[in-house]
Write a protein that binds this ligand. Structure first.
Ligand code: 5GP
Length: 207
């Protein structure tokens, strides 16, 4: 039995290189889940191995700006000189069918979602140490030196907004981090304000 009809929107943020993508994959491998991932649109170039429509929808700046003008994003932001945005239509459809939608976005976008969808759940991922973050960005080898420095500076500014999130999850080990997020999602569904209407109906025998 589902606790409520509408799925949960789970917003995951955290500094570049913290391992959000890896945690998400571990989360999606957990048993009995009905998670779907909202693929973002971006103007950044694909990294080796990234696939169109799987990792991102890769578009030109003109295409992105058209999307903004047509109101097609739940949120969008500029991050280190590139546009990133969450297409609205997919999310609405999945939430309405009762699926949990996971989005992985930076903080400015997350704050916009907080305004527009206050019942979403906000999770901020932190590294076990600052050194771990630096090491990960260096060893990923997908950004040049300047971009890495820019992303580390950005990480500090992002961390200063972590207090605006509902939960902080440390990525000490990928499986553990994913497991904590899964636990958060289950607990959120059991929250009285999310489930009371449904239970009232059940107790009245209307469903
Ligand atoms: P990357 O270039 O490393 O894939 O992503 C850079 C940052 O943009 C990451 O913090 C990532 O979570 C964020 N991001 C990815 N998609 C979106 C999106 O649709 N909206 C916003 N606001 N940020 C996004």
């Amino acid at each position: 039995m589902k606790l409520n009809e509408r799925g949960l929107l789970v917003v995951i943020s955290g500094p570049s290189g913290v391992g959000k993508g890896t945690i998400r994959k571990a989360l999606f491998a957990m048993p009995d889940n009905n998670f779907c991932y909202s693929v973002s649109m971006t103007t950044r170039k694909p990294r080796p191995g990234e696939r169109e429509g799987v990792d991102y929808f890769f578009v030109t700046r003109e295409e992105f700006q058209k999307g903004i003008a047509e109101g097609r994003f739940l949120e969008w932001a500029e991050f280190v000189g590139e546009y990133y945005g969450t297409p609205l239509e997919y999310i609405e459809k999945q939430l309405a069918t009762g699926n949990e939608v996971i989005i992985e976005i930076e903080v400015q976008g997350a704050l916009q979602v907080r305004e527009k969808m206050p019942d979403a759940v906000f999770v901020f991922i932190v590294p076990p140490s600052r050194k771990a973050l630096e090491d990960r960005l260096q060893s990923r080898g997908t950004e040049d030196h300047g971009k890495i420095r820019e992303r580390l500076e950005k990480a500090n500014r992002e961390y200063n907004l972590a207090y605006k999130y509902d939960y902080i999850v440390v990525n000490d080990e990928v499986y553990n981090a994913a497991d904590r997020i899964y636990a958060i999602i289950r607990a959120e569904h059991a929250k009285t304000e999310r489930s009371i209407t449904k239970y009232n109906k059940l107790m009245e025998g209307n469903e």
